[in-house]
Write a protein that binds this ligand. Sequence first.
Ligand SMILES: Nc1ncnc2c1ncn2[C@@H]1O[C@H](COP(=O)(O)OP(=O)(O)OP(=O)(O)O)[C@@H](O)[C@H]1O
Ligand SMILES: [Mg+2]
Length: 371
Amino acid sequence: MAKLDVDMVKVGQVREATFFPNPHADSPFPLRATHLDGLRAPKVVLTDDARIQAGVPVMVRVEEVTKPKRDDRGIIRVAYARPAPFRLEGVWLDPMVARKLQVLLESGLNILLDGPQGCGKTTLVRAVCDQLGMRFVFFNCGAVIEATDFFATIQVRASESGAPVTDFVKTDVLEALEEARETPDERFLVFLDELNRCPESARNALMPALDATRRVFHPIENRFLAIPDNVQFVAAVNRGRAFSATFGLDAAQLDRFAPLQMGYLPPAEEVKLLRRRHPDLGRETIETLVAIADAVRGARELGQGLSVRATEEACLYLAHPLMEGGGERMIAEVLKSSFCGRFDGRWDDVTSDAGAVWALVERVLRDRRES
Ligand SMILES: Nc1ncnc2c1ncn2[C@@H]1O[C@H](COP(=O)(O)OP(=O)(O)OP(=O)(O)O)[C@@H](O)[C@H]1O
Ligand SMILES: [Mg+2]
């Protein structure tokens, strides 16, 4: 591994480092790093800055380099400068959305991710948790019928005598809220997926958890549970067609979140992503699929977006030996199900959405043939 020269480390510089607890327990510096900007540091990097969290990459300012002439002595003392930029493995994120998301995550505000179906909302939040060392708590609101469903489910079982007994079982959300109180050093991200899908009344009951009240009713212990500061809520909504349709959240509910809009990744990025995942499939084929998907996503008359799952599914088909050798005709056949099949109607019914998608498939294939 390359090593930084001590002359290159100057007071005032900002560099990236990841700290871990200092094994020398008697040191005045509780955190230690061995690398700066991914290069081996010429001296041990130490900090006593409480804003720095172990295990989380961070940008630090060099405050002092002691004993620069000695190889075996001296330290590089640093202080917190700002969070490290997101570097999300395998996930593309618009750079401005990335910055906003970073600010919001630092602020602790509730976040509402608003983006068309399959644009990577869930994937993104999971990756963010990995990078920031936060605990990811997934909850699908689509299955919620009443308010208590957020926190407990009722399960019926037979008792020893055979009579039915009902048990309350805590949901992952309730488990996380309780655990967060026990482990204040850990950060929890509660992901409320498809928040727009649960009934209005259930959503309303969640509101005190999301505003300054920050408490929820514990349905098993019949008491209020305060939500600790190390819990942050991120909700996702999916309003069919990108940003046009309404999504059911009323203004008061919406106001408790900082909204953040996401879109599909740009075609060039989607090609890169699919090529990484399907290295055996030719570039030409992937570019064609993405060009068609882009046309479908841009068609205003269609009532919904087209998930990246759809382009992935098409790649999966086309990479299979059973589908080999069909060229453009095979792409069209696959898209009858993978693209058209995700819309209302049938590919051969020109009056339906699926038929409109089919027309786009044929048009893009023709355009590419002619160009
Ligand atoms: N920007 C992206 N970067 C990397 N992968 C992506 C991206 N967008 C979509 N994908 C891929 O597309 C698939 C669907 O993504 P994901 O489930 O995160 O979407 P979503 O927005 O949560 O969808 P839904 O609205 O249906 O909940 C995943 O396989 C994911 O890897
Ligand atoms: Mg999702």
